[in-house]
Write a protein that binds this ligand. Sequence first.
Ligand code: SF4
Length: 78
Amino acid sequence: MSRFAQKTGRTFDLTSSRAPEILQVNVGKLCNLTCVHCHVNAGPKRKEIMTRETIDCIIDWLAKTEIQLSILPAARQK
Ligand code: SF4
């Protein structure tokens, strides 16, 4: 059982006919704002930033899929 299934009690079947159409990647938590509704709890003191190596891996993987659209929301960085 995957960690996702263990934590949520749900499974995700990649072989189903409902394949993912959109990939959303949060590339970092450093932001010059601290919105109360922020779903990643970003802020000016957060230091987590996705590495270039990881971004390259995602782009390489995405290029091999049928996913048509990717959204790369990023915290507003200084
Ligand atoms: S990432 Fe977006 S929602 Fe979160 S604190 Fe920054 S501006 Fe606000």
